[in-house]
Design a protein around this ligand. Structure first.
Ligand code: NAD
Ligand code: UDP
Length: 312
Protein backbone atom coordinates (compact mmCIF):
# COMPACT_ATOMS: atom_id res chain seq x y z
CA UNK A 1 0.00 0.00 0.00
CA UNK A 2 1.21 3.50 -0.78
CA UNK A 3 1.00 5.63 2.34
CA UNK A 4 0.60 9.29 1.35
CA UNK A 5 2.16 11.98 3.53
CA UNK A 6 -0.49 14.60 4.19
CA UNK A 7 -0.22 17.93 5.99
CA UNK A 8 -3.40 19.33 7.56
CA UNK A 9 -3.03 22.91 8.79
CA UNK A 10 -5.59 23.81 11.44
CA UNK A 11 -5.71 20.06 12.14
CA UNK A 12 -6.57 20.45 15.82
CA UNK A 13 -9.68 22.49 15.03
CA UNK A 14 -13.23 21.28 14.58
CA UNK A 15 -13.13 20.31 10.88
CA UNK A 16 -9.38 19.59 10.84
CA UNK A 17 -9.58 16.96 13.57
CA UNK A 18 -12.32 15.05 11.70
CA UNK A 19 -10.26 15.26 8.52
CA UNK A 20 -7.07 14.01 10.25
CA UNK A 21 -8.97 11.05 11.66
CA UNK A 22 -10.47 10.11 8.30
CA UNK A 23 -7.10 10.44 6.48
CA UNK A 24 -5.38 8.27 9.13
CA UNK A 25 -8.14 5.65 8.87
CA UNK A 26 -7.53 5.52 5.14
CA UNK A 27 -3.90 4.51 5.81
CA UNK A 28 -2.10 7.81 5.29
CA UNK A 29 0.65 9.45 7.31
CA UNK A 30 -0.84 12.64 8.76
CA UNK A 31 0.97 15.76 9.94
CA UNK A 32 -1.33 17.98 11.96
CA UNK A 33 -0.12 21.58 12.16
CA UNK A 34 -1.77 24.03 14.56
CA UNK A 35 -1.00 27.02 16.76
CA UNK A 36 -3.91 26.13 19.09
CA UNK A 37 -5.61 29.51 18.77
CA UNK A 38 -9.08 27.95 18.53
CA UNK A 39 -8.05 24.30 18.22
CA UNK A 40 -7.58 21.98 21.17
CA UNK A 41 -5.41 18.94 21.96
CA UNK A 42 -8.63 17.32 23.19
CA UNK A 43 -9.83 17.09 19.56
CA UNK A 44 -6.87 14.97 18.48
CA UNK A 45 -5.79 13.26 21.70
CA UNK A 46 -7.26 9.97 20.46
CA UNK A 47 -5.00 10.12 17.39
CA UNK A 48 -1.78 10.91 19.21
CA UNK A 49 -0.83 7.30 19.97
CA UNK A 50 -0.89 6.42 16.26
CA UNK A 51 2.69 6.18 14.90
CA UNK A 52 1.49 7.62 11.59
CA UNK A 53 0.14 10.77 13.24
CA UNK A 54 2.42 13.68 14.07
CA UNK A 55 1.55 16.96 15.77
CA UNK A 56 3.42 20.11 14.74
CA UNK A 57 2.91 23.24 16.84
CA UNK A 58 3.46 25.98 14.29
CA UNK A 59 1.84 29.22 13.16
CA UNK A 60 1.19 29.32 9.38
CA UNK A 61 2.07 33.02 9.34
CA UNK A 62 5.68 31.76 9.43
CA UNK A 63 7.16 29.62 6.64
CA UNK A 64 7.56 25.87 7.16
CA UNK A 65 9.11 23.17 5.03
CA UNK A 66 8.15 19.51 5.10
CA UNK A 67 8.16 16.78 2.44
CA UNK A 68 4.52 15.89 1.82
CA UNK A 69 2.34 14.74 -1.07
CA UNK A 70 -0.76 16.75 -0.16
CA UNK A 71 -1.67 19.79 1.94
CA UNK A 72 -5.13 20.65 3.29
CA UNK A 73 -4.95 24.32 4.34
CA UNK A 74 -7.55 24.86 7.07
CA UNK A 75 -5.65 27.08 9.51
CA UNK A 76 -7.87 30.08 10.29
CA UNK A 77 -10.37 30.79 13.06
CA UNK A 78 -13.87 30.32 11.63
CA UNK A 79 -16.26 31.63 14.28
CA UNK A 80 -17.06 35.36 13.92
CA UNK A 81 -16.32 35.93 17.64
CA UNK A 82 -12.86 34.40 17.30
CA UNK A 83 -11.86 35.85 13.95
CA UNK A 84 -12.95 39.33 15.05
CA UNK A 85 -10.97 39.07 18.30
CA UNK A 86 -7.72 39.93 16.49
CA UNK A 87 -8.70 40.93 12.95
CA UNK A 88 -5.15 41.75 11.82
CA UNK A 89 -4.00 38.30 12.87
CA UNK A 90 -6.97 36.76 11.03
CA UNK A 91 -6.15 38.35 7.69
CA UNK A 92 -2.45 37.58 8.19
CA UNK A 93 -3.33 33.94 8.83
CA UNK A 94 -5.34 33.73 5.61
CA UNK A 95 -2.99 35.66 3.36
CA UNK A 96 0.47 34.85 4.75
CA UNK A 97 -0.68 31.32 5.60
CA UNK A 98 -1.72 30.85 1.96
CA UNK A 99 1.59 32.26 0.68
CA UNK A 100 3.61 30.04 3.02
CA UNK A 101 1.67 26.86 2.30
CA UNK A 102 1.62 27.53 -1.46
CA UNK A 103 5.37 28.12 -1.29
CA UNK A 104 5.75 24.80 0.47
CA UNK A 105 3.54 23.04 -2.11
CA UNK A 106 5.54 24.58 -4.93
CA UNK A 107 8.88 23.57 -3.40
CA UNK A 108 7.97 19.93 -2.70
CA UNK A 109 5.53 19.53 -5.62
CA UNK A 110 2.55 18.78 -3.37
CA UNK A 111 -1.12 19.14 -4.26
CA UNK A 112 -2.79 21.76 -2.05
CA UNK A 113 -6.44 22.30 -1.10
CA UNK A 114 -7.72 25.57 0.32
CA UNK A 115 -10.60 25.65 2.82
CA UNK A 116 -12.38 28.71 1.49
CA UNK A 117 -15.82 29.79 2.58
CA UNK A 118 -19.31 30.86 1.59
CA UNK A 119 -18.33 34.19 3.19
CA UNK A 120 -16.64 35.06 -0.11
CA UNK A 121 -20.23 35.71 -1.31
CA UNK A 122 -20.81 38.20 1.56
CA UNK A 123 -24.46 39.23 2.00
CA UNK A 124 -25.52 37.74 -1.33
CA UNK A 125 -27.93 39.29 -3.79
CA UNK A 126 -27.98 36.08 -5.84
CA UNK A 127 -29.75 33.11 -4.26
CA UNK A 128 -28.77 30.27 -4.03
CA UNK A 129 -25.10 31.05 -4.56
CA UNK A 130 -23.33 29.44 -7.56
CA UNK A 131 -19.52 29.54 -7.84
CA UNK A 132 -19.74 32.04 -10.71
CA UNK A 133 -21.23 34.70 -8.40
CA UNK A 134 -18.59 37.26 -7.36
CA UNK A 135 -20.26 38.21 -4.11
CA UNK A 136 -21.33 41.28 -2.19
CA UNK A 137 -18.61 41.85 0.40
CA UNK A 138 -17.92 44.91 2.55
CA UNK A 139 -14.14 45.53 2.57
CA UNK A 140 -14.45 47.87 5.60
CA UNK A 141 -16.62 45.96 8.07
CA UNK A 142 -16.44 43.60 11.05
CA UNK A 143 -16.35 40.52 8.81
CA UNK A 144 -13.85 41.91 6.30
CA UNK A 145 -10.72 40.47 7.95
CA UNK A 146 -12.12 37.00 7.36
CA UNK A 147 -14.03 37.49 4.09
CA UNK A 148 -11.36 39.51 2.31
CA UNK A 149 -8.57 37.31 3.73
CA UNK A 150 -10.26 34.25 2.27
CA UNK A 151 -10.89 36.04 -1.05
CA UNK A 152 -7.24 37.08 -1.28
CA UNK A 153 -6.21 33.50 -0.47
CA UNK A 154 -8.32 32.24 -3.39
CA UNK A 155 -6.55 34.74 -5.66
CA UNK A 156 -3.15 33.58 -4.41
CA UNK A 157 -4.09 29.96 -5.07
CA UNK A 158 -5.26 30.80 -8.58
CA UNK A 159 -2.09 32.76 -9.36
CA UNK A 160 0.36 30.16 -7.95
CA UNK A 161 -1.43 27.68 -10.18
CA UNK A 162 -1.29 29.90 -13.25
CA UNK A 163 2.21 31.31 -12.75
CA UNK A 164 4.00 28.37 -11.10
CA UNK A 165 1.91 25.36 -12.07
CA UNK A 166 1.09 24.46 -8.45
CA UNK A 167 -1.65 21.79 -8.30
CA UNK A 168 -4.47 23.52 -6.44
CA UNK A 169 -8.00 22.77 -5.24
CA UNK A 170 -10.42 25.31 -3.74
CA UNK A 171 -13.53 24.34 -1.78
CA UNK A 172 -16.02 26.94 -0.56
CA UNK A 173 -17.40 25.55 2.67
CA UNK A 174 -20.90 26.49 3.89
CA UNK A 175 -21.90 26.48 7.59
CA UNK A 176 -20.74 23.18 9.05
CA UNK A 177 -21.51 21.71 12.47
CA UNK A 178 -21.04 18.49 14.40
CA UNK A 179 -19.31 16.80 17.32
CA UNK A 180 -15.97 18.38 18.18
CA UNK A 181 -17.17 21.98 17.94
CA UNK A 182 -15.96 23.98 20.90
CA UNK A 183 -18.88 24.57 23.30
CA UNK A 184 -17.86 28.26 23.57
CA UNK A 185 -17.09 28.55 19.89
CA UNK A 186 -19.79 31.22 19.50
CA UNK A 187 -21.32 29.83 16.31
CA UNK A 188 -25.05 29.38 16.18
CA UNK A 189 -25.36 25.58 16.39
CA UNK A 190 -23.04 25.17 19.39
CA UNK A 191 -24.53 28.24 21.12
CA UNK A 192 -28.11 27.04 20.76
CA UNK A 193 -27.36 23.46 21.83
CA UNK A 194 -25.38 24.52 24.91
CA UNK A 195 -28.05 27.06 25.87
CA UNK A 196 -30.81 24.47 25.41
CA UNK A 197 -29.01 21.77 27.41
CA UNK A 198 -28.51 24.23 30.28
CA UNK A 199 -32.11 25.52 30.01
CA UNK A 200 -30.70 29.00 29.45
CA UNK A 201 -32.18 31.63 27.14
CA UNK A 202 -31.62 30.96 23.43
CA UNK A 203 -30.03 34.09 21.94
CA UNK A 204 -31.37 34.95 18.50
CA UNK A 205 -29.53 37.84 16.89
CA UNK A 206 -32.00 40.07 15.04
CA UNK A 207 -35.48 38.66 14.43
CA UNK A 208 -34.31 35.20 13.43
CA UNK A 209 -35.51 35.41 9.83
CA UNK A 210 -31.97 35.28 8.40
CA UNK A 211 -31.21 31.89 6.85
CA UNK A 212 -28.31 29.45 6.80
CA UNK A 213 -27.90 25.98 5.26
CA UNK A 214 -26.27 23.62 7.75
CA UNK A 215 -23.96 20.82 6.72
CA UNK A 216 -22.91 17.92 8.96
CA UNK A 217 -19.14 17.60 9.27
CA UNK A 218 -18.87 14.06 7.82
CA UNK A 219 -20.44 15.27 4.56
CA UNK A 220 -17.89 18.09 4.36
CA UNK A 221 -14.93 15.76 4.96
CA UNK A 222 -16.19 13.44 2.21
CA UNK A 223 -16.47 16.41 -0.17
CA UNK A 224 -12.97 17.63 0.63
CA UNK A 225 -11.43 14.20 0.09
CA UNK A 226 -13.28 13.79 -3.22
CA UNK A 227 -12.08 17.23 -4.30
CA UNK A 228 -8.46 16.40 -3.47
CA UNK A 229 -8.77 13.15 -5.49
CA UNK A 230 -10.43 14.80 -8.50
CA UNK A 231 -8.66 15.28 -11.84
CA UNK A 232 -5.85 17.89 -11.79
CA UNK A 233 -7.67 20.10 -14.32
CA UNK A 234 -10.56 20.63 -11.88
CA UNK A 235 -9.25 23.30 -9.49
CA UNK A 236 -12.59 24.73 -8.33
CA UNK A 237 -13.74 26.76 -6.58
CA UNK A 238 -16.51 24.33 -5.72
CA UNK A 239 -19.26 24.82 -3.14
CA UNK A 240 -19.45 22.14 -0.46
CA UNK A 241 -22.58 22.60 1.62
CA UNK A 242 -26.03 21.27 2.35
CA UNK A 243 -28.72 23.08 0.31
CA UNK A 244 -31.44 22.54 2.96
CA UNK A 245 -32.07 26.11 4.11
CA UNK A 246 -33.49 27.12 7.51
CA UNK A 247 -34.21 30.38 9.28
CA UNK A 248 -32.32 30.89 12.54
CA UNK A 249 -35.73 30.86 14.27
CA UNK A 250 -36.47 27.41 12.81
CA UNK A 251 -33.09 26.20 14.05
CA UNK A 252 -33.77 27.52 17.56
CA UNK A 253 -37.17 25.78 17.69
CA UNK A 254 -35.71 22.52 16.36
CA UNK A 255 -32.93 22.52 18.99
CA UNK A 256 -35.44 23.22 21.80
CA UNK A 257 -37.63 20.36 20.55
CA UNK A 258 -34.79 17.83 20.18
CA UNK A 259 -33.31 18.60 23.60
CA UNK A 260 -36.68 18.79 25.38
CA UNK A 261 -35.47 22.07 26.78
CA UNK A 262 -37.26 24.62 28.94
CA UNK A 263 -35.26 27.42 27.32
CA UNK A 264 -37.00 30.56 26.09
CA UNK A 265 -36.02 32.53 23.01
CA UNK A 266 -34.65 36.04 23.54
CA UNK A 267 -33.62 38.57 20.92
CA UNK A 268 -30.30 40.41 20.75
CA UNK A 269 -28.85 42.93 18.32
CA UNK A 270 -28.02 41.61 14.87
CA UNK A 271 -24.26 42.11 14.25
CA UNK A 272 -23.35 44.38 11.32
CA UNK A 273 -22.97 42.78 7.88
CA UNK A 274 -24.60 39.54 9.06
CA UNK A 275 -25.69 37.88 5.77
CA UNK A 276 -29.49 37.68 5.49
CA UNK A 277 -29.54 34.48 3.48
CA UNK A 278 -27.22 31.70 2.43
CA UNK A 279 -27.70 28.49 0.46
CA UNK A 280 -25.22 26.71 -1.79
CA UNK A 281 -25.85 25.79 -5.39
CA UNK A 282 -24.13 22.37 -5.40
CA UNK A 283 -24.61 21.39 -9.05
CA UNK A 284 -20.86 21.66 -9.74
CA UNK A 285 -19.98 19.33 -6.84
CA UNK A 286 -22.60 16.86 -8.09
CA UNK A 287 -21.24 16.95 -11.65
CA UNK A 288 -17.50 16.97 -10.94
CA UNK A 289 -17.23 15.06 -7.66
CA UNK A 290 -20.40 12.97 -7.73
CA UNK A 291 -20.97 14.40 -4.24
CA UNK A 292 -24.16 15.29 -2.39
CA UNK A 293 -24.62 15.67 1.36
CA UNK A 294 -26.43 12.74 2.96
CA UNK A 295 -27.12 13.80 6.55
CA UNK A 296 -30.32 15.72 7.29
CA UNK A 297 -30.36 18.50 9.88
CA UNK A 298 -32.32 16.55 12.51
CA UNK A 299 -30.01 13.51 12.31
CA UNK A 300 -26.89 15.67 12.52
CA UNK A 301 -28.28 17.76 15.38
CA UNK A 302 -29.06 14.61 17.40
CA UNK A 303 -25.45 13.42 17.02
CA UNK A 304 -24.14 16.85 17.97
CA UNK A 305 -26.46 17.12 20.98
CA UNK A 306 -25.26 13.69 22.17
CA UNK A 307 -21.65 14.89 21.89
CA UNK A 308 -22.26 18.05 23.90
CA UNK A 309 -24.26 16.11 26.53
CA UNK A 310 -21.36 13.75 27.07
CA UNK A 311 -18.89 16.65 27.36
CA UNK A 312 -20.80 18.84 29.86
P1 NAD B 1 -11.73 26.05 13.99
O1 NAD B 1 -11.56 27.41 14.56
O2 NAD B 1 -12.31 24.99 14.88
O3 NAD B 1 -10.35 25.49 13.42
C1 NAD B 1 -9.34 26.31 12.90
C2 NAD B 1 -8.00 25.75 13.34
O4 NAD B 1 -6.95 26.55 12.80
C3 NAD B 1 -7.83 25.77 14.87
O5 NAD B 1 -7.32 24.54 15.31
C4 NAD B 1 -6.84 26.91 15.08
O6 NAD B 1 -6.09 26.77 16.28
C5 NAD B 1 -6.01 26.82 13.83
N1 NAD B 1 -5.32 28.08 13.50
C6 NAD B 1 -5.84 29.34 13.50
N2 NAD B 1 -4.91 30.24 13.14
C7 NAD B 1 -3.77 29.52 12.92
C8 NAD B 1 -2.45 29.89 12.54
N3 NAD B 1 -2.12 31.16 12.34
N4 NAD B 1 -1.52 28.90 12.41
C9 NAD B 1 -1.84 27.61 12.65
N5 NAD B 1 -3.08 27.21 13.02
C10 NAD B 1 -4.03 28.15 13.14
O7 NAD B 1 -12.62 26.23 12.68
P2 NAD B 1 -13.23 25.11 11.70
O8 NAD B 1 -14.70 25.25 11.75
O9 NAD B 1 -12.62 23.79 11.95
O10 NAD B 1 -12.76 25.66 10.28
C11 NAD B 1 -11.66 25.10 9.59
C12 NAD B 1 -11.48 25.80 8.27
O11 NAD B 1 -12.65 25.67 7.46
C13 NAD B 1 -11.20 27.30 8.41
O12 NAD B 1 -10.23 27.68 7.44
C14 NAD B 1 -12.52 27.93 8.08
O13 NAD B 1 -12.36 29.22 7.55
C15 NAD B 1 -13.09 26.96 7.07
N6 NAD B 1 -14.56 27.02 7.08
C16 NAD B 1 -15.28 26.46 8.08
C17 NAD B 1 -16.66 26.57 8.08
C18 NAD B 1 -17.51 25.97 9.16
O14 NAD B 1 -18.71 26.20 9.16
N7 NAD B 1 -16.98 25.19 10.08
C19 NAD B 1 -17.30 27.27 7.04
C20 NAD B 1 -16.52 27.85 6.04
C21 NAD B 1 -15.16 27.71 6.06
N1 UDP C 1 -26.65 33.68 15.56
C1 UDP C 1 -27.69 33.84 16.50
N2 UDP C 1 -27.43 33.54 17.79
C2 UDP C 1 -26.23 33.07 18.22
C3 UDP C 1 -25.19 32.90 17.27
C4 UDP C 1 -25.44 33.23 15.96
O1 UDP C 1 -28.81 34.24 16.14
O2 UDP C 1 -26.10 32.81 19.44
C5 UDP C 1 -26.94 33.98 14.14
C6 UDP C 1 -25.94 34.92 13.48
O3 UDP C 1 -26.33 36.27 13.68
C7 UDP C 1 -26.04 34.49 12.04
C8 UDP C 1 -26.34 32.99 12.11
O4 UDP C 1 -26.84 32.77 13.43
O5 UDP C 1 -27.11 35.14 11.40
C9 UDP C 1 -25.11 32.11 11.88
O6 UDP C 1 -24.09 32.57 12.73
P1 UDP C 1 -22.68 31.84 12.86
O7 UDP C 1 -21.86 32.69 13.76
O8 UDP C 1 -22.88 30.42 13.23
O9 UDP C 1 -22.07 31.82 11.39
P2 UDP C 1 -22.03 32.84 10.15
O10 UDP C 1 -22.76 34.11 10.49
O11 UDP C 1 -20.59 33.08 9.91
O12 UDP C 1 -22.70 32.11 9.07
Amino acid sequence: MIRKKILVTGGAGFVGSHLCERLLNEGNEVYCMDNFFTGQKQNIIHLMGDPFFELIRHDVVNPYLIEVDEVYNLACPASPIHYQHNPIKTIKTSVMGAINMLGLAKRVDAKILQASTSEVYGDPDVHPQPEGYWGNVNPMGERSCYDEGKRAAETLFRDYHKQNGVKIKIVRIFNTYGPGMHPNDGRVVSNFIMQALRNEDITIYGEGNQTRSFQYVDDLVEGMIRMMASKDSFIGPVNIGNPDEFTIMELAKKVIELTNSKSKIIYQTLPSDDPMKRRPDIQLAKDELNWTPSIKLEEGLLKTIAFFESHM
